[in-house]
Design a protein around this ligand. Sequence first.
Ligand code: KG4
Ligand code: ZN
Length: 340
Amino acid sequence: MYILGIESSCDETAASVVEDGTKILSSVIATQIAEHQLYGGVVPEIASRRHLENIQPVVSQALDEAGLTLAQIDGIAVTFAPGLIGALLVGVSYAKGLAMALGKPLIPVHHLAGHIAANYLAHPELKPPYLCVVASGGHSHIVEVKSYTAFSVVGRTRDDAAGECFDKCARVLGFPYPGGVHIDRAAQTGDPSFYTLPTPKVAGSPYDMSFSGLKTAVINMAHNAKQKGEAIIPEHLAAALQDKISSILTEKAMAAAEATGYRTIALAGGVSANSGVRSALQTACDQRGYQLYMPPLSLCGDNAAMIACQGFYTAQAGIFADESLNAVATLSLETSFPIG
Ligand code: KG4
Ligand code: ZN
């Protein structure tokens, strides 16, 4: 079964063809990062316009590289939530148009379910149920993956997402958007104990997280140093931040695993590319005899192969959309389709 996946929730226009939920036949990504870098972050209006320009050529290229025509595609999977509304609408409208014109099934995919599914592409032996740490630019969750299409969020950030914290701190350290990868690189040569950062406290759920206090601490440190005419050492601060974020995500995931009894853990979302997060989780899982699955770096960030893969499992579960499908900016991963 060939699924065409379409992704346009943020600043990447992507299309991919995946066979039987496992084999990536093509994966094309048109990134807008260079343009948004001029503004230090994603400008929603620019993102929508670029998606409009890119979507048709990106889909054509994905089909060409897969060596398939539209007639050979069995279903069209599209990210419909969550994300920038104008950006999502481009992918949703294009996918709806294709599905209606061709008489093919339209499959609705939640962006975070897509990130989780990136693990199935790399590790076909991974099967629900298991526990997944999902950390991206907009979300930080600990998720019980009950089946390929049913999720329960057991822990979440109360404020900023881990990726947002990386990006905002990177900006104050002088790195370009998106800064997570630059923090990662700088941290390689930094000493994580040179600066002391606070450990955020979260009352209530033991699996909930907070990153805004950490962000404020880094920003204050950088500003205070500047006011005093002192130099901050970016490598050391990057290492301290990466260390702290890695240990927060790892500690919360291990606590949730212990409480729920899961011994299989996965990592997903853009932040899953972070070397500190990967090694902290790996060490903690090894110590406990847990099996850890992580996507390869090529599938950590936004792409459409993960959307096509999740689309395969969503279709297998009999979940389809029709011409009434709309883009939704904010939607819990727990919401089942059709929504409302
Ligand atoms: O999943 P994603 O590509 O887009 C969203 O759905 O948000 O995640 C993007 C986030 C950004 O905050 C980016 O800085 C972060 O993932 N990121 C990283 C790394 N690579 C990407 N953060 C830390 N270290 C990295 N190596
Ligand atoms: Zn994403």
